[in-house]
Design a protein. Structure first.
Length: 388
């Protein structure tokens, strides 16, 4: 057990996976990750790892693709504008079916420039074909980084593990660090069967996709994401058996008899659970669901968890201007042809604004009022009217 920052916990998880190549460009607030990885390489803790310092995030992901295409185990890290600079290359990594692991410190996007937390950056990349997992705390980010390699290499899709900027990346928490031997037995060396570096048998990667084959490639990509849903459950089960810590695509908290359910991702989940406990003491039937895996979208798990509720409040640190939050949109689509609880969307915490206990209580009250027919589909929490 050590007390470490969230960024360092992510780096320790990556280190324990023994990557062959780490290509990265530093950006606040994920800079600790490439600093720690370069330190591990320089001091001999990762003797077989090549650290590649590059001139931009676009180059970082490009270097990762080049390394992964040869069969190497590869990882990187970024945040915010860095992830968006990678955006073009994210699609290439997924389309080439390369199991790259990316650590993303969730940070707001410009303009105006903002270095604080929301989840707009990774949400904007949700259609890039990457597995996406969101950690609530430092222990989760370490564990998810280890599991991300195992999942990605099984289904041949890249995976990103997200952690809220500053709330978690720069917060020190006790973290149970498994031994290298334990991780080695859980995550053996990557030995891809589809890569053959043989000059007598040349191969192409990411070649031209004519109309006669392009749609089939996308279909296979979709099938791989569907397979990932099953593989994630299996890897989570193996992890629990090996290390004793349980993970699920969603985590339910006091949901059994809940009339109002609050749906969250990331560090905000802790705040919500605290309010739920308080409301329960007052006799209010409120529960919470935390999404750990956002892509592939855990539709079966969420539908089963919310079916007996009256109202589901989806609390989001992102906004799709002109519509609402991304999780609300996804869940609405899943439930379109089903009987389901009333869904309300709550936009909050953008640009690092604190979401307080009182804010969560306001959300619960809004959900309560909605049962009487008084509600808006999309609700903004914490907006300062004097600034409008």
């Amino acid at each position: 057990m050590e007390i470490v920052k969230g960024n360092e916990a992510a780096a320790i998880g990556a280190k324990l996976a023994k990557p062959d190549v780490v290509a990265a460009y530093p950006i606040t607030p994920s800079t600790d990750f490439p600093e720690k990885m370069s330190e591990y390489v320089a001091n001999g803790e990762l003797p077989t790892t090549e650290f590649v310092p590059v001139e931009s995030e676009h180059s970082a992901m490009s270097a990762c693709i080049g390394a992964a295409a040869t069969g190497a185990r590869v990882c990187t890290a970024t945040s915010s504008q860095g992830l968006e600079l990678m955006h073009e290359i994210l699609f290439i990594a997924s389309g080439m079916r390369l199991p790259i692991v990316l650590y993303n410190a969730n940070r707001a996007l410009s303009a105006p420039i903002n270095i604080w937390n929301d989840q707009q950056d990774s949400i904007a990349a949700r259609d890039a074909g990457w597995i996406q997992m969101y950690a609530e705390n430092n222990q989760e980010v370490l564990d998810l980084m280890i599991m991300a390699f195992k999942i990605a290499e099984d289904v041949l899709l890249p995976a990103m593990v997200c952690l809220d900027a500053f709330y978690s990346t720069h917060t020190f928490e006790p973290v149970d660090i498994p031994s290298q031997a334990e991780v080695d037995s859980f995550l053996p060396p990557y030995k891809p069967e589809h890569v053959a570096l043989d000059p007598k048998k040349p191969m192409t990667q990411g070649s031209f996709g004519v109309p006669e084959v392009y749609q089939e490639l996308r279909y296979m990509q979709q099938r791989a994401m569907e397979k990932a849903s099953v593989v994630i459950d299996d890897v989570f089960s193996q992890f629990k058996e090996k290390f004793g810590r349980e993970y699920n695509k969603i985590e339910k908290f006091m949901t059994e008899d809940a009339e109002i359910l609050l749906l969250t991702m990331g560090s905000l989940s802790g705040t919500v659970k605290e309010v739920v406990e308080e409301m329960r003491k007052e006799g209010k039937k409120v529960g919470a669901i935390k999404i750990t895996v956002f892509r592939p979208f855990p539709e079966k798990e969420i539908v089963n968890a919310i079916q007996n509720a009256s109202v589901v409040g989806i609390i989001e640190k992102n906004i799709s201007p002109g519509y609402g939050g991304a999780v609300f949109a996804d869940l609405s689509g899943v439930l379109a042809n089903k009987n389901h609880p009333l869904l309300l969307d709550f936009i909050c915490g953008l640009g690092g604004r604190d979401v307080t206990l009182d804010d969560v209580k306001e959300i619960i009250k809004t959900c309560d009022d909605a049962l009487e027919g008084d509600y808006e589909r999309v609700n903004w929490i914490g907006v300062k009217e004097e600034l409008l």
